[in-house]
Design a binder for this molecule. Sequence first.
Ligand code: ADP
Ligand code: ADP
Ligand code: ZN
Length: 213
Amino acid sequence: MRVILLGPPGAGKGTQAGTVAAHLGVPHVATGDIFRENVGQGTELGTLAKQYMNQGQLVPDDVTIAMVLERMARPDCASGVVLDGFPRTTAQAEALDGALATQDQAIDRALLIDVSEQELVKRLSGRRVCRGCQRPYNLTEAPSKKDGICDECGGELEQRADDAPDKVKVRIQVYTAQTAPLVGYYENKGTLRRVNGEQPIELVARELVAALV
Ligand code: ADP
Ligand code: ADP
Ligand code: ZN
């Protein structure tokens, strides 16, 4: 099964992706995580992506599409994938559908995690992310067991530079202008399911898994 997690920054895509992927037994591919890994390693892709990410803007479509299609061509994605943070533009969605169609495949579900803007701003101000495995935490809503340390891998938790309030504002605007049209795109295909993201993490997880069938 091939699944897309849609939703604004802070909706809970990263928090839920692991659960959905584990349920399906497929890999979780997060474009933001891949870009941040490249930034950390100082690769050419990372150097390019960083300029956009620091501004809260999207990395150009050609670079992003090539990166995702390369990742999806690896053997572990043969039976499916959970895509978190991709596609984010109509051009990305069309490129993805085009590439899948050549292999008689398609996106089976687009899961929209719905959260109000006020709640997004609150969540992102308290978000902390593991430097090692990139798992998201929240100072008040989803704290780690040990202060500043990842439960999963023992890595150090940090605040993302683009979670600063002025960057969050830009990212929400970018979502509204460039990504929100994808809701209609997947609605037209009949694959969209909406889940209320303003519920406890476990409840959102249960509704997302239920929306797969
Ligand atoms: P969020 O938590 O806001 O959903 P992500 O970790 O998914 O953020 O993405 C962080 C940044 O990485 C984005 O603001 C953007 O600069 C870049 N990025 C991630 N995915 C994409 C994409 N599909 N297209 C273009 N840029 C992307
Ligand atoms: P996204 O990947 O969509 O940008 P994240 O999964 O990183 O979002 O979640 C954003 C922030 O909100 C994190 O600090 C996370 O711990 C917190 N969060 C996620 N889901 C919920 C929820 N259902 N209720 C409260 N806080 C949540
Ligand atoms: Zn970790």
